[in-house]
Design a binder for this molecule. Structure first.
Ligand code: NAD
Length: 334
């Protein structure tokens, strides 16, 4: 039996991860969950939102599923999500955005994968006030950081039958930082002659994704552009409720939905657990439980296609737990 760390998170995190856990268990796979709490709720007791026992658990199990965790805006503690990525050097953030039949969107059949560098860029958090009335943030891009994320993107494309990688940048303005990212990515592309490689300036990319998303396949992005574009791509396939994600390092991986803790829906049994469930399916693939991953993914797709019991964001009236019940019913009766 495989042990997997489970961080329920806060806001809607606990109800979403509870639904995920029931679905994964119904897939037949045997997982022992090491449940560890992080975030604001543990601050008072442990003096930090990310206590050592959380880090110890992940270091031990090497794989975690994480619910969203609220980050205070402007002041307060730094993002637990960013801290985890840094602590374990989870440099690659994978966000597959695949349209599912039954989801009403302006353009069907979207199939995009955002590969986001996860440790550098403006997200490095190197910022400070300059006096009272100015602030500075430093954008960090390195050859090593760019090289490994480019390798990840092209390797992913090569092993998942994808045809093209588009490098996203703003190298016309940020000639040093984005210029380095672009040049290094182009160098890495030469190792993958079977994969088409092109690049787009991020503003143009944004418009193109809205107008002609079918032209794109895998998007290779520095941290900030990847963050923004992956929400856009999630919007294209029906919203944050259906978009899964994964963070990979050398030997540790943490799986989590793209979305945040949606705190205004906390405790209402309302939000869509699909993104967390599909993130768990990525986790199952990662631990070589491909059949269970397949069972979960197929059941989710069928429930969404049938539209009988789906959550509000997909036009239904089912709550989080009733929707999970329906996935379990489909999975166990077929
Ligand atoms: P959010 O993703 O929590 O919510 C934005 C809106 O998207 C919600 O109001 C809701 O309408 C919709 N939405 C989100 N998840 C949904 C779901 N599962 N089903 C249906 N609709 C859903 O973004 P926010 O309000 O900007 O952030 C809230 C908090 O979450 C912030 O503190 C932020 O820092 C944090 N956050 C955490 C993570 C993470 O844990 N990885 C990621 C992003 C944001």
């Amino acid at each position: 039996m495989k042990t997997v760390t489970l961080i329920p998170g806060d806001g809607t995190g606990p109800e979403l991860t509870a639904a995920m856990r029931r679905v994964v268990e119904a897939s037949g796979v045997r997982i022992e969950w090491d449940v560890v709490e992080a975030g604001e709720a543990v601050m008072a007791k442990h003096g930090t939102p990310l206590p050592k026992y959380v880090l110890d658990s992940i270091a031990r199990t090497k794989v975690a599923v994480k619910g969203p965790i609220t980050t205070p805006i402007g002041s307060g503690f730094r993002s637990v999500n960013v801290a985890l990525r840094k602590e374990f050097d989870l440099y690659a953030n994978l966000r597959p955005c695949l349209w599912m039949e039954g989801v009403k969107t302006p353009i069907p059949n979207i199939d995009l994968v955002v590969v986001r560098e996860n440790t550098e860029d403006l997200y490095a958090g190197v910022e400070h006030m300059v006096g009272k009335d100015a602030a500075e943030s430093i954008k960090i891009i390195t050859r090593q950081g760019s090289e490994r994320i480019a390798h990840f993107a092209f390797e992913y494309a090569a092993t998942h039958a994808r045809r093209k990688v588009t490098i996203v940048h703003k190298a016309n303005i940020m000639k040093c930082t984005d210029g380095l990212f672009l040049n290094v990515s182009r160098e890495v592309a030469k190792n993958y002659p079977q994969i088409e490689c092109e690049d787009r300036i991020v503003d143009n990319m944004t418009m193109q994704l809205v107008q002609k998303p079918e032209l794109y396949d895998v998007l290779l992005c520095p941290n900030l552009y990847g963050d923004i574009l992956s929400d856009l791509c999630a919007g294209l396939i029906g919203g944050l409720g259906v978009a899964p994600g994964a963070n990979y390092g050398k030997d540790i991986a943490i799986f989590e939905a793209i979305h945040g803790s949606a705190p205004r829906y906390k405790g209402m049994n309302k939000v869509n657990p699909t993104a967390v469930i599909l993130s768990a399916a990525l986790m199952l693939e990662h631990i070589h439980e491909g059949q269970a991953a397949d069972r979960v993914t197929k059941a989710v797709r069928r429930v969404i296609r049938e539209r009988k019991r789906v959550t509000y964001d997909l036009g239904g009236t089912a709550g989080t737990s009733e929707y999970a019940d329906e996935i379990i019913r489909v999975m166990t009766q077929t």
